[in-house]
Design a protein around this ligand. Structure first.
Ligand code: MSP
Length: 654
């Protein structure tokens, strides 16, 4: 592993598909990670591309009356255009129909065949045409394809097989001894679970009589290569394997970002293929979750399904990229709704970040003639300005760490915390009062420190929102607003005093659009008025139905489930409340809880708590709460009820 060189890949997308949120997410994630790695000075390479062979392409081309190559040359444009629109800055784009790729696949096949890693055998079993996969009798689900549920065909034919089974023991050991290899942890367990069953050899050929659109086997012209064997090789053919040793040595091994549905191909087939080739394993295969549209408020029948790509057109590329990164905790599923988008946009970007810039430039305009003032000497050695800058510098360190721990969302949340802290710092220092004092030094320090903190935050958010952050840094008068120098993120006093700042304007205008959302119905949070039933319980053993005692059936109406806290933030103007973003199984919920006096938002992230899940929603201080947390309180203390040990979210509490 070369710690200073990072090679990030996305899956190569089926060229037949139209780019959708799933593709967009992995590609933006890879782009943001690559830009952030570069920001911290690492030698980075970012590859994406398209998977262009296979049955579906052949069929689609036949329907249109064009050759498969003509078809893919046309459809690949949709991906190229989408990535341009999304500001993706990949270093290379590989298509599996390119000669540079096809030749390498053939060389690998020939080499494995020559070394006895590939053999010919008679195959007798079931085949699913749409999935292009073989199954044994045992694999079938009620006689149908276990993957898609469609009909399967009985096939008896000669094929070529890769001796994958011989690597099973080695692979299990490798996975167990290399915890960084498959992430997150629970995906590692999933692969190990899969490897508990005997591993079969992998059929890597398809007879041309059935499928002609593929890479011909170099040792048998009647066959083409199985699409997955072809596709996985893209990760090495694109960086000069067998062609450019220096480039290959500099880039490999990769960090593969994938969706959870293609875990087996990447953590079983691919490692076995690499092992047979004598190559090092990928540094990490990171499987992210899915974007769901499964909230009750969104359904086709209601006609309100949101197309995320439309949202990008409506609200802009940068906010869309920001939302994808901030809303999905890496590895978990998330729900995409316009409501959630607008809330996050208004909260993080309009109210916090955009507002902070506007405050700073307006006050510099009003009190300092539009030029950045000089801070008082020693202002960054101790005191509130120094503390603020220290927090911003810690966020820079946090962002760097989040790259290595695959928790970019947490790194981003830390930056937004600094933005909020800067707004609070302004409120605490009261520059409008400082401006009335005879000594201008405190006012100048306040405004300069706020601008410096903003500069660091904008630098850290540059990989997510390159256009908007360039505008922000230009508004602070920076000379090269697009270029973030890694050193400037850990320093104070980078902005030259005297620099002219921009006049105020709205970087992120608030979205006032009516948001289709849950009704204003009620649901108590921890600080909401307690229901009348909150009376003293009778002593244990009381018979009958004295006051306060409920029947078993009454209790059974209350549904309690575990939920993992993915995000927590303060609510403006509500000192006791925190807005929590929790994951309950595959469902996301927002819960407003009266726990702000007892917990800091950052302490809550990752806790598995117990939630009353069937409570009608309520609005508290205008913010919707979709459930209630259980907490124990005595006197001055309050502690959340949490789950002891490792249990996934969404579990029923009984
Ligand atoms: N061509 C193969 C990959 C070969 S890589 C050697 C493939 N392509 S795909 O176009 O179907 O999917 C690409 C990626 O999109 C997968 O990682 C998949 O998980 C991801 N997504 C598809 N729908 C998704 C969501 N709704 N949400 C998030 N990602 C999902 O598989």
């Amino acid at each position: 592993m070369k710690p200073d060189s990072v090679y990030i890949t996305t899956p190569i997308y089926y060229v037949n598909d139209k780019p959708h949120i799933g593709h967009a997410y992995t590609t933006v994630l890879a782009d943001v990670l690559a830009r952030t790695e570069r920001l911290f000075g690492r030698d980075t390479w970012f590859l994406t591309g398209t998977d262009e062979h296979g049955q579906k392409v052949q069929e689609a081309a036949a329907k249109l009356g064009v050759t498969p190559q003509e078809h893919v040359d046309r459809t690949v444009q949709r991906f190229l255009e989408a990535w341009k629109r999304l500001e993706i800055r990949n270093d290379d784009f590989i298509r599996t129909t390119e000669l540079r790729h096809k030749l390498i696949v053939q060389e690998i096949l020939q080499d494995l065949y020559d070394r006895g890693e590939i053999y010919r055998d008679e195959y007798d079993g079931w085949y699913c045409v749409p999935d292009e996969r073989f199954f044994t009798d045992k694999d079938l689900a009620e006689g149908r394809c276990p993957l898609c549920g469609r009909e399967v065909q009985r096939v008896r034919e000669a094929n070529y097989f890769f001796r994958m089974s011989r690597y099973q023991d080695w692979l299990v050991e490798y996975i167990q001894t290399h915890p960084e290899f498959i992430q997150p942890d629970f995906r590692r367990n999933e692969t190990l679970g899969f490897l508990r069953k005997p591993l079969q050899d992998l059929c890597i050929s398809r007879p041309k009589s059935r499928l002609a659109w593929g890479i011909e086997l170099p040792f048998d012209a009647d066959y083409v290569t199985y699409v997955w064997f072809d596709a996985l090789v893209n990760y090495i053919s694109a960086i000069g394997y067998r062609r450019d040793d220096a480039q290959f040595a500099r880039r490999w091994p990769a960090i593969h970002l994938i969706g959870k549905d293609i875990l087996t191909t990447h953590t079983v087939y691919w490692p076995c293929m690499l092992k047979a080739m004598g190559l090092e394993m990928p540094r990490t295969v990171f499987a992210h979750g899915w974007w769901l549209s499964g909230s009750t408020k969104m359904s086709k029948s209601l006609g309100n399904v949101v197309n995320p790509m439309d949202m990008m057109e409506r609200y802009g590329v940068d906010p869309f990229r920001y939302f994808l990164m901030a809303e999905m905790a890496m590895g978990q599923d998330a729900t995409f709704t316009e409501d959630a988008f607008i809330r996050r946009y208004n909260a993080d970007l309009a109210n916090d970040l955009g507002n902070l810039l506007n405050r700073v430039v307006s006050m510099v305009g009003k009190y300092c003639g539009g030029r950045l003032p000089a801070p008082a000497p020693g202002a960054f050695e101790s005191g509130p300005a120094a503390d603020l800058l220290a927090q911003a510098q810690a966020a820079a360190a946090g962002m760097k760490t989040s790259l290595d721990t695959f928790s970019l969302h947490a790194g981003v949340a830390q930056v937004i915390e600094v933005v909020r802290a800067t707004n609070k710092f302004i409120e605490a220092q009261q520059p409008w009062s400082q401006a009335r004092a005879a000594d201008p030094a405190p006012l100048h320090t306040t405004l300069y420190a706020a601008a410096e903190s903003l500069r660091i935050c904008a630098g850290l958010l540059m990989p997510l929102m390159p256009g908007k952050m360039t505008e922000l840094r230009a508004a602070l008068g920076m000379e090269n607003p697009m270029t973030v120098n890694p050193d400037e993120l850990s320093k104070a006093e980078v902005l030259p005093p005297g620099t002219e700042v921009a006049p105020p304007g709205a970087l992120f205008p608030r979205i006032e659009a009516p948001v289709p959302g849950p009704s204003d119905a009620t649901a108590p949070a921890a600080d909401a008025p307690k229901p009348a039933a909150d009376k003293k319980a009778p002593p244990p053993g009381t018979i009958g139905n004295p006051e306060g005692v409920i029947t078993y059936d009454e209790f059974a109406k209350v549904q309690l489930r575990t939920a993992k806290i993915m995000g927590a933030e303060a609510i403006e103007g509500a000192v006791k409340l925190l807005k929590l973003n929790v994951l309950m199984g595959e469902e996301r919920r927002q819960i407003v809880a009266g726990i702000a006096l007892y917990y800091k938002p950052e302490e809550l992230i990752g806790k598995t708590v117990v939630v009353v899940s069937n409570l009608a929603p309520i609005k508290l201080r205008g913010v919707e709460s979709q459930g209630m947390l259980l907490a124990a309180s005595k006197g001055e203390r309050l502690r959340l009820v949490t789950v002891d040990g490792d249990l996934s979210s969404g579990a029923v509490v009984k």
